[in-house]
Design a protein. Structure first.
Length: 280
């Protein structure tokens, strides 16, 4: 089963979605699973993990509602207040929701030490105890705090989104590379090969711009801890769905067939503990 481990869905709200700037104006409309369906079919993608784009429990409910009626939506990474004193109670209301596979906080918008804070670590620990994964959305400068969180929560499965957003447009490998490799030493961390086209020069990137960064995440994590994600529809500011999928397929041609199967589905199924059909 081929899985896209990172998509977003929303009904556009200009107040809530104020992060969509004028230069991203093409995102100022609804994007829902039916809109993605023809793209998935063309790319031979069987399942999708939908990831929160808004920091609210209503966002989690919205994605779970779609998971109940869209067969392609096999997993949800929602949002909950990590620092809430009643976190366990908040999580309990989603018990019995089979599509809910993890949570994410938009840490890139927080102070650089956010993930290293005690209350955050406690909350992530509670999430992990209940079997959920936790997605890390950070900039390179926040990787050190992410590593401290991972070290404190050794029983939690972590997924690094967008390879920690390296400065591809500025051809910046350091210090991203050094911090990435430190994080990758923790075996409970996996890395999404996603979001790279929007860190490159919009509309003018090439495969050659992305390859050094793809090679670095391969060197750091190895083929068994990488998973493909499109970051659709956010990717549309820089590339079509087919272009995003294509650049990763061309780069991964160097891998063995079993390794490509891991990248394009099996690793996502294992990390998020998805219920998928066996196509072997």
């Amino acid at each position: 089963m081929r899985i896209d481990a990172h998509q977003h869905y929303w009904r556009y709200d200009p107040r809530r979605d104020s992060w969509i700037t004028d230069e991203m104006a093409e995102l100022r409309r609804d994007f829902l699973p039916p809109d993605a369906a023809p793209l998935l079919a063309a790319g031979r993608i069987d399942g999708v993990v939908a990831v929160q784009a808004d920091s609210s429990e209503a966002e989690t409910d919205f994605l779970l509602e779609w998971a109940a009626k869209a067969p392609s939506l096999v997993g949800v990474v929602g949002w909950v207040d990590l620092r809430a004193p009643d976190l366990a109670r908040r999580l309990a209301r989603w018990e019995g929701q089979p599509a809910l596979r993890g949570f994410r906080h938009i840490a890139q918008a927080e102070p650089d030490d956010f993930l290293a804070r005690d209350d955050v670590a406690r909350g992530v620990g509670v999430i992990g105890e209940r079997g959920y994964a936790f997605d890390l959305l950070v900039y390179p400068r926040q990787l050190a705090a992410a590593e401290r969180l991972v070290a404190r929560c050794d029983g939690v499965r972590f997924v690094l989104d967008h390879c920690a957003k390296p400065a591809i447009a500025r051809h910046g490998l350091k210090p991203w590379r050094t911090a990435l490799r430190r994080l990758a030493r923790h075996e409970q961390v996996w890395c999404k090969v996603s979001g790279l086209v929007t860190e490159a020069a919009w509309r003018s990137w090439s495969d050659a711009d992305l390859t050094p960064y793809l090679d670095e995440v391969m060197a750091a994590f190895g083929p068994g801890r990488l998973l493909f994600g499109s970051d659709w529809p956010v990717c549309l500011v820089s590339a079509s769905y087919a272009e995003v999928l294509g650049v990763i397929e061309r780069w991964s041609a160097q891998l063995s067939r079993p390794e490509r199967e891991q990248l394009f589905g099996k690793t996502a199924a294992a990390v998020y503990r998805l219920e998928t059909r066996d196509e072997s």
